[in-house]
Design a protein around this ligand. Structure first.
Ligand SMILES: Cc1cc2nc3c(=O)[nH]c(=O)nc-3n(C[C@H](O)[C@H](O)[C@H](O)COP(=O)(O)OP(=O)(O)OC[C@H]3O[C@@H](n4cnc5c(N)ncnc54)[C@H](O)[C@@H]3O)c2cc1C
Length: 466
């Protein structure tokens, strides 16, 4: 079916107010936060703003009958081109469908529609002393639907895990318009081993199996206290070793973050008042819980880490904690500052390796940066081996673009070689599917068969994941 005919049919079905079909508007949907879609933007045929399961069913039935691709989209903060119509199609913008249906505090869960913003959900949950622990850096922008589809996580994954650990059940509209409810049709249980686990299958499926329309999430009690330790290291190798020492001392911090010397330089250039000490690495340990346990864990960390670090500062005062955390919080943005005409590009940015290989991977990435003459700023969630590598280039220079693409290819391959993965956080999307066979082998064939079972015509978000 031609693009104009598709637009006319959609206008007939929903009226003009619920969709976009002007070229300029469609252009805004031709990219997400990935470098790939900056280089190769792809406009959809139309954008629809559905606000009910029935709306989505209607669109899917129409698309299924006419073999039209459908691409679910949350806030478009993804780093992999996941929500972009790389092979054409209708984009479903779910960001306006942002209802918190029910906070069921007595059952420690909450039910939401896909467009709810992560930070907003936690604001509401805080009123009843609950929280939804996964905490992406994009918290103020990204949707819960996008988090479920990408199995997002963040700074506190080391203790609290990823989104998948909190999803109790989902409503999903499939490619042919069928609606399924996973995790038990009427269930409010928080423990459930009945049936094949379709909930887990849907989490992290990046929109290729169906459209997530309702999410039942488990909540945790909100910790009453926090403390942060900042440790400064003269030798990079001592930082991962100190992380292991802390684990072996029986402490599981709620966050363990690393900034290497390149990240320290970038932060100091942009925010000189933070005055991070010059060093090969800085680690930030966050612990949370009740006040006496936070104090106890803080003492153990100072003791254990102090044996390897040049200095360790411990803070529980909210103002000082915010100052210490600010250095880490701004890194993603300020990486760009290591070069006056540079931009940080999101490509090859979230590999994950075993803890025992973090030092090796950081050293090898530094060497790759030198090989390609590109500055790479390294930081990330060292507690679970998830390293953010931020190449800084002039994206207007085609020769630099070519070089950075070679660099990030080598970074991805390095991650696999070091017994890690090409993505610990942001997902596969259109960017990393070329590595799927190398990472998964025969399992990839079974992923494809699973996709065929849910979407035999291949209309759900094609060109992604597998
Ligand atoms: C500054 C910044 C910081 C970030 N920090 C982190 C971080 O710390 N941790 C982390 O994990 N990620 C991070 N990200 C990446 C991104 O924010 C997450 O992957 C987030 O979960 C994407 O949510 P979104 O609503 O923007 O989804 P989108 O980008 O719109 O979509 C992402 C994928 O989900 C699919 N999708 C969206 N909604 C649905 C739905 N309802 N049903 C089915 N499929 C759907 C899309 O098709 C696409 O494949 C960061 C991004 C930025 C820009």
């Amino acid at each position: 079916m031609e693009k104009i005919a598709i637009q006319k049919e959609l206008i007939k079905m929903f009226g003009k107010d619920m969709l976009l079909n002007e070229e300029l508007d469609l252009m805004y949907y031709s990219y997400d936060s990935s470098f790939l879609t900056k280089l190769e933007p792809a406009s959809p045929y139309a954008v629809v703003f559905p606000k009910s399961t029935e709306d989505i069913q209607k669109i899917m039935q129409f698309a299924y009958q006419n073999n039209i691709n459908v691409i679910p989209r949350g806030a478009g903060t993804g780093e992999t081109g996941g929500c972009v119509a790389v092979e054409g199609g209708i984009v479903l913008d779910l960001s306006k469908w942002d209802e918190i249906v029910e906070i069921d505090a007595k059952n420690m869960q909450v039910i939401v529609r896909p467009g709810v913003i992560h930070a907003k959900l936690n604001e509401e949950l805080a009123k009843v002393n609950l929280f939804f622990p996964p905490d992406p850096g994009s918290s103020q922008m990204c949707t819960i639907g996008g988090m479920v589809a990408n199995n997002a996580s963040g700074l506190r994954a080391v203790k609290y895990g990823c989104t998948e650990q909190y999803i109790l059940g989902l409503e999903v509209v499939l490619a042919n318009g069928d609606v399924i409810i996973t995790g038990g049709m009427k269930s409010r249980a928080i423990k459930n081993v009945s049936g094949l686990n379709l909930t887990k299958l849907m989490v992290g499926s990046e929109g290729i199996l169906g459209v997530i329309t309702r999410i039942r999430l488990r909540c945790f009690p909100k910790p009453r206290a926090r403390g942060i330790a900042m440790a400064v290291f003269d030798h990079l190798d001592d930082a991962p070793a100190a992380v292991l020492d802390v684990y072996q001392a029986g402490i599981l911090p709620s966050g363990i973050e690393i900034l290497d010397s390149s990240a320290i330089t970038a932060v100091n250039q942009f925010k000189p008042h933070i005055k991070l000490p010059a060093a090969e690495a800085i680690l930030l340990f966050e612990v949370d819980g009740n006040p006496p346990s936070v104090e106890f864990e803080g003492n153990v960390i100072q003791d254990v880490v102090g044996k390897r670090a040049r200095s360790v500062e411990w803070a529980t005062d909210p103002k000082r904690m915010a100052e210490l955390w600010e250095g880490r919080a701004v890194t993603s943005t300020v990486a760009t500052r290591v070069r006056s005409d540079g931009s940080r590009v999101f490509a090859g940015e979230d590999i994950s390796v075993p803890l025992s290989r973090v030092t090796e991977v950081l050293r090898k990435i530094k060497a790759l940066g030198e090989k390609y003459n590109i500055q790479v700023v390294n930081y990330g969630h060292i507690g679970d081996g998830n390293v953010h590598t931020a190449p800084v280039i002039n994206p207007e220079n085609p020769e630099e673009v070519e070089r950075v693409l070679k660099l990030v290819d080598e970074i991805h391959l390095l991650a696999i070689e070091l017994e890690g993965t090409t993505t610990g956080e942001h997902g596969v999307g259109a960017v990393r599917r070329r590595y799927a066979a190398l990472e998964h082998g025969t399992a990839l064939d079974y992923m494809r068969k699973t996709k065929d079972a849910f979407d035999p015509k291949g209309i759900m978000n094609p060109g992604k994941l597998i």
